[in-house]
Design a protein around this ligand. Sequence first.
Ligand code: ATP
Length: 238
Amino acid sequence: MLEARDLSLIYCNERNDEFYAIHDVNFFANRGEMIGIVGPSGSGKSSLLYILSGLKKPTVGTVYYQEHALEVMSYNELAEIRRKEYGFIFQRHFLINYLTVLDNVLSVVNRNDKFWRNTAINLLETLGIADFANQKPYKMSVGERQKVAIARALVSQPKIIFADEPTASLDHSNARMVMDIFASLKGEITILVATHDDSILDQADRVIHMWDGRIAKSSIPVSAIENIKQSNPIMHRS
Ligand SMILES: Nc1ncnc2c1ncn2[C@@H]1O[C@H](COP(=O)(O)OP(=O)(O)OP(=O)(O)O)[C@@H](O)[C@H]1O
């Protein structure tokens, strides 16, 4: 569904030396997979998400969405894919402070359509913030605003969610709730979660570990191995 070949992203520092934010990365995500991207600060997690979603162009390499190279798409084609098929949760939430919470969530769909309004209200209820629907986001806590951003990413029923530190401002139980929501969506929706906290990724199908812009290793969480064993009697016996 999403594939990247030979990606590098090169910046220049103030002395004009080149350095690699992303270095020779190859990546694929199948439909419905939940993939964690972990690594320390500065290891390239956000850069990788931005490149995979077409928000940033790599210096080298190509990203393919459903086998179409993003680099040959027109600005409008790419914008259309981002609007209809991708959901984004950024580290900065980019909420619109003069709109209500409900209208922020509806800002990515047709806000006058009853179906989307009901979908948005259901999401706010699931996330425990329905009482804030008619409030402005600046009156809410950071964690509550993060949940609004999560509802906005999910409301259009995207095919892929790109989530950059989606639980960063949440306490443990709210982080768990958000990861449970993601886990309930995987299978249908592809979910990429960048985080420095790998403890939230126990329900991921795969975790890739970034280090200095490279994928240092890829691993499968223990719970995902258990699921594979249960669905595969030969593995289960061993
Ligand atoms: N616009 C930019 N100009 C120059 N360097 C940048 C730019 N954006 C990112 N970098 C550098 O690229 C490297 C990777 O950054 P990136 O934000 O992708 O890492 P990260 O793992 O997401 O970090 P964090 O967890 O702190 O968000 C870092 O060294 C960062 O300073």
